[in-house]
Ligand binder design. Structure first.
Ligand code: NAD
Length: 245
């Protein structure tokens, strides 16, 4: 019988991008459910809301910073049970031929290679203990494609494929790997987008609104818990009714 109580007492979650938006909401939700959390981010979390989370300064494009954060997390919190990959940027909104090559590659480096880098460091810890939950925050853009956001969409499609591959690779090890694909969510990342782009996303939503960070956190909480026991390599839309294929 699955444990549906979301009691994470004693468990430790690493949340990349945990200083802001969806990641910050998750840190709060995990702590409320009894987990201890390590925020791996470029910037420290705002004091309010982060509880007593351990902050480790990490750039997900730099494996050395990830290794240092892993060592610090294990030394301070003793273990890692859950890994939530939420760090990401949208990058500029522009046509493919206008993209600066270095910027295109930077969007891929953070949003896709960053997830690979963090998984590569943390998954061996989970596999060795025979238990773990990995949840990658992808995007509907990775399923649908988004005009003038080719790098972001390609990176998120890569995260979905990485999730499916790693889920199959680790099936039977006790480590489950899943992804959520949110539509537009009310977080600071939306401030990087043109207002008309945000308005288009709302117009496409069958529910006619943005998602809230807590609504993504609620789905991730389930995927990070023991209540999720027969799903791996799967993608869960949290999208107000958009694109469920
Ligand atoms: P956000 O900007 O509020 O938070 C992103 C966090 O990632 C920030 O704290 C930032 O410092 C951190 N970060 C960025 N680059 C980093 C790096 N190189 N190394 C470490 N940390 C880094 O954005 P958000 O909306 O909470 O986005 C979280 C995730 O959700 C992202 O992966 C984003 O692509 C995805 N997502 C967001 C939306 C949305 O509409 N908000 C929709 C779909 C998917």
């Amino acid at each position: 019988m699955a444990d549906c109580s979301y009691q994470f007492g004693g468990r430790v979650a690493v949340v990349t991008g945990g200083a802001s938006g969806i990641g910050a909401s998750l840190v709060q939700a995990l702590q409320q459910a009894g987990a201890r959390a390590a925020v791996w981010d470029l910037q420290p979390p705002a004091a309010a809301g982060a509880g007593d989370a351990l902050f480790c300064r990490v750039d997900v494009t730099e494996p050395a910073s990830i290794q240092a954060a892993l060592a610090q997390t294990l030394a301070r919190l003793g273990r890692v049970d859950m890994l939530i990959n939420s760090a990401g940027i949208t990058g500029p909104t522009m046509a493919l031929d206008a993209f600066d090559d270095a910027v295109w590659q930077r969007v891929i480096a953070i949003n896709l290679v960053g997830v690979y880098n963090v998984c590569k460091a943390v998954v061996p810890v989970l596999r060795t203990q025979g238990y773990g939950r990995v949840v990658n925050i992808a995007s509907l853009a990775g399923k649908e494609g988004t005009p003038n956001a080719s790098a972001y969409s390609a990176a998120k499609a890569g995260v979905l494929a990485l999730t499916k591959s790693l889920g199959k690779e680790l099936a039977g090890s006790g480590v489950l790997v899943n992804a959520v694909a949110p539509a537009a969510v009310r977080t600071p990342i939306l401030e990087q987008m043109a207002p008309e782009h945000v308005a288009t996303m709302v117009a496409k939503s069958p529910m006619g609104r943005l998602g809230e960070p807590e609504e993504i956190a609620a789905q991730v909480l389930w995927l990070a818990s023991d209540a999720c026991s027969f799903s791996t390599g799967a993608v869960f839309d949290v999208s107000g009714g958009r694109a469920t294929y």
